[in-house]
Write a protein that binds this ligand. Structure first.
Ligand code: PLP
Length: 440
């Protein structure tokens, strides 16, 4: 019997013992095509020789040095690499160990920025409903997922939520994208006015929503409008690219495709591709300069900030992606996967929407395609699909049922950037069987 505390008492998962490119292998030798990268993490697959060698080299030379005593070559090189490719205005990086830490750090950095600027009354955060930004208390407070928040509500900081940009459900038939963006912009304006613009510190959003809405991109112009509103009121924009960043959508940063930059950008998962735990906050020059000219340092810290082995792994991952031109493969295989998903599911009675960008795609499942009525959450359709897919040697990421009322079941696909057309066929084939078996 397992004594691992975090596992559900009833779960009986296979034991993962090996990796082979986009496949994970269990103790019985069964192979699972990792069509979701775990949770959009394993973007290089599970056996990348260059990354493994980089990690081994780093551990053998100097695994770790505390960041308040030393800087290290891998940390400096990774920072230079990321800043050189970052959206305009971003000019430094703060390394942490994962996505929640990145969001937590961004929130504290935003707060310190306003304290340094003599605006300590700015402490309110605006986020969006049906969002997930992590499970530590600050990050959890920004998330709009009622089920995750529920029992921790008394511990959470003040965050209020506006509508997400969820065109398939919320854009009215008569509304153009421009009208829809204007409506959401107006909602944000009114929300800010009600709070008092001078009290608001930051607006946080995912450019392409992952874990709560199944690879949901915004309509054209949405992020530009939100950015403009924030700028007009002196509110910082935090983009959470923990899941959608680092090439997942076909560009290194997802916000490049929105034509916007941000004051703070959180990254994690695809940064280290699972070879080591690592996350980061990309920071604007204005924030860095303000904090440098004020207190002089960011009043925060974790033991494993800039962990040398994690940075070495992430640097090797990012070099592999660039040197092997893998973003072009993300775009090509993403387009092929979309095409095959449409061919397989467009006439399906229970697949309501297929969406996403690059190799970050989602399917929304519905009881009824015309009314878009979701399945009864008690049926836990997403969990059944996951279980059937696993039986059949496919990993896909399930969500749904309990998030913010009418939200339904989703399947998220986020396969490694190294897949080819045969993997695309295997994903669609096995997913089709899992969905058909689950809804029957
Ligand atoms: N932000 C987003 C958008 C995420 O999807 C996640 C994790 O799924 C997080 C933050 C939290 O990251 P972590 O689980 O590494 O703490």
């Amino acid at each position: 019997m397992s004594h691992v505390f975090h596992r559900s008492l009833t779960a009986s998962y296979p034991v993962a013992i090996g990796g082979d490119g986009p496949y994970l292998i269990d103790a019985d030798g069964k192979r699972y095509l990792d069509a979701c990268g775990g949770a959009a993490v394993s973007c290089l697959g599970h056996s990348d020789a260059a990354v493994i060698a980089a990690v081994q080299r780093q551990v053998a030379t100097m695994a770790y040095a505390h960041s308040s005593f030393f800087t290290t070559e891998p940390m400096e090189q990774l920072a230079d690499f990321l800043v050189a490719r970052a959206p305009a205005g971003i000019d430094s990086v703060y390394f942490v160990s994962g996505g929640s830490e990145a969001v937590e750090s961004a929130l504290k950095m935003a707060r310190q920025y306003f304290v340094e600027r003599g605006q300590p009354q700015r402490r309110h955060v605006i986020a969006r409903r049906q969002s997930y930004h992590g499970n530590t208390l600050g990050a959890l407070a920004t998330g709009g997922n009622a089920w995750r928040r529920q029992q921790f509500e008394p511990l959470l900081i003040d965050v209020t939520h506006v509508s997400p940009c969820y065109a398939w459900r919320d854009q009215a038939a008569h509304e153009t994208d421009g009208d829809y963006v204007a409506r959401l912009g107006q909602e944000l304006e009114e929300h800010i006015a009600a709070l008092g613009a001078d009290k608001v510190m930051a607006f946080i959003a995912e450019p392409v929503v992952g874990a709560t809405a199944g690879a949901l991109p915004a309509v054209a112009g949405y992020f530009q409008r939100m950015r403009a509103i924030c700028q007009r009121h002196g509110i910082l924009l935090i983009l959470d690219e923990v899941m959608c960043g680092m090439g997942r959508t076909g560009s290194l940063f997802a916000c490049e495709q929105e034509g916007v930059t941000a004051d703070l950008i959180c990254i994690a998962k695809g940064l280290g591709a699972g070879y080591q735990p690592i996350g980061a906050v990309m920071v604007s020059q204005d924030i860095r300069d303000t904090i440098r000219a004020g207190t002089g340092f960011f009043q925060h810290g974790h033991t494993y900030i800039g962990h040398a082995t994690a940075c070495a792994a992430a640097l090797a991952v990012q070099r592999q992606i660039e040197e092997r031109g893998l973003l072009a493969n993300v775009r090509a295989m993403g387009a092929l996967l979309q095409e095959r998903l449409h061919a397989r599911f467009d006439g399906h009675a229970h697949v309501g929407d297929i969406r996403g960008r690059g190799l970050f795609l989602g399917l929304e499942l519905v009881q009824d395609r015309t009314s878009k009525q979701p399945f009864d959450p008690a049926r836990r359709l997403h969990a059944r699909i996951k279980a059937y897919a696993m039986q059949n040697g496919l990993m896909c990421y399930p969500m749904g049922g309990t998030i913010d009322g009418l939200h339904g079941d989703h399947i998220l696909l986020a396969p490694p950037y190294i897949i080819d057309a045969s993997h695309v066929d295997e994903i669609v084939d096995k997913l089709g069987t899992a969905i058909d078996t689950s809804v029957a």
